[in-house]
Design a protein around this ligand. Structure first.
Ligand code: FAD
Ligand code: A2P
Length: 276
């Protein structure tokens, strides 16, 4: 007699803290964005970052800090990533496809949060390259427009194609029927956008530091001078960029704040550079 034992399939092997990729979009040879499932327990403040990664060859995960680019109300999580050709993580991460799994440690942290700033009239988002990621989250969070009358997104890249992720995002927001319903037809005037390139011709050119100190951005957008009474800012770029923008804002009389000490501006690195 043979026993008909039920065939139990071995459960699919999952990574610890695994999330499933739902969408991948390649913007340039060196930039892509992707969406993953969101852990049910994950709560975060728009602008924060988490550690994400893939298992390494030795079984140890390769984890890196990533700003969450989606707003906190979204069912999924979005990330906007560089592709470093020989980077331990992104040389592999750039090949992910829908259905693949990544590791996501659900412990969000960071200084680019609305709570780290004093109330004000106008909020400046100052970013280079993938530094736009935390602002992609904050621009899509209605709380930002509850707290500030006007938001100015300055984004600078070397070339025009590197600006497209941010440009599409702003365009979609300006045509978002829900935001128009909440804030009226004038919503587009509340989200100002100033994309510039530095190494290729485009409608607006120049480094953020130069466009702030010369006042060109104020002239182009028809805005009053930056002052500690009305203006707040968040900075996200390379270390050199952050240091230089910080000096410019301090020149306008703004002071750096933190979660525990809200002031007029906050700073976070978009990546850790060589030797830093
Ligand atoms: P790494 O060994 O980490 O980096 C190799 C070199 O590539 C670095 O020394 C640096 O020169 C360069 N590099 C790394 N990241 C970038 C970048 N984003 N832009 C330009 N040059 C870079 N990266 C993102 O792509 N998107 C994010 O949202 C993001 N958020 C971050 C938030 C924080 C707080 C920090 C500290 C870093 C963040 N990074 C982000 C950088 C990220 O953690 C990794 O460095 C990046 O994914 C590359 O990983 P890697 O292992 O391939 O190469
Ligand atoms: P530039 O082309 O004049 O160097 P990178 O790819 O080197 O991180 O630079 C991304 C963008 O940030 C480029 O447009 C670059 O301008 C600009 N940038 C780099 N460093 C600074 C800085 N210290 N201050 C202002 N802008 C900077």
């Amino acid at each position: 007699m043979t026993l008909d034992l039920p065939v139990t399939e071995a459960p699919a092997k999952t990574l610890p803290d695994a999330q499933t990729v739902t969408e991948v979009k390649h913007w340039t040879d060196s930039l892509f964005s992707f969406r993953v499932t969101r852990p049910a327990s994950l709560r975060f403040r728009s602008g924060e970052f988490v550690m994400i990664g893939l298992p390494g060859d030795n079984g140890k995960p390769i984890l890196r800090a990533y700003s969450i680019a989606s707003p906190n109300w979204d069912d999924e999580l979005e990330f906007y990533s560089i592709k470093v050709p020989d980077g331990p993580l992104t040389s592999r991460l750039q090949h992910i496809k829908p259905g693949d799994q990544i590791i996501l440690r659900p412990k969000p942290v960071g200084t680019l949060v609305l709570d780290a700033l004093l109330p004000g009239k106008r909020l400046w988002f100052l970013a280079t390259g993938t530094g736009i990621a935390p602002f992609a989250s904050l621009m899509r969070d209605p709380e930002t427009y509850e707290r500030y009358e006007q938001v100015v997104m300055m984004h600078t890249c070397r070339t025009a194609e590197e600006l497209v992720y941010g440009a599409e995002l702003v365009d979609n927001l300006r045509h978002d029927p829900l935001l128009a319903e909440m804030y009226g037809e004038d919503f587009a005037k509340r989200l100002l956008y100033y994309p510039t390139t530095t190494r290729e011709q485009s409608p607006f050119m120049g480094r953020i530091t130069d466009n702030l100190t010369s006042g060109k951005v104020l002239t182009d957008l028809n805005l009053p001078p930056i002052s500690p009474e009305t203006d707040r800012a968040m900075i996200c770029g390379s270390l050199a960029f952050n240091v230089d923008v910080k000096a410019v804002l301090e020149g306008f009389g703004l002071h750096e704040g933190a979660n525990s000490d809200p002031r007029e501006f906050v700073v976070e690195k978009a990546f850790v550079g060589e030797g830093v």
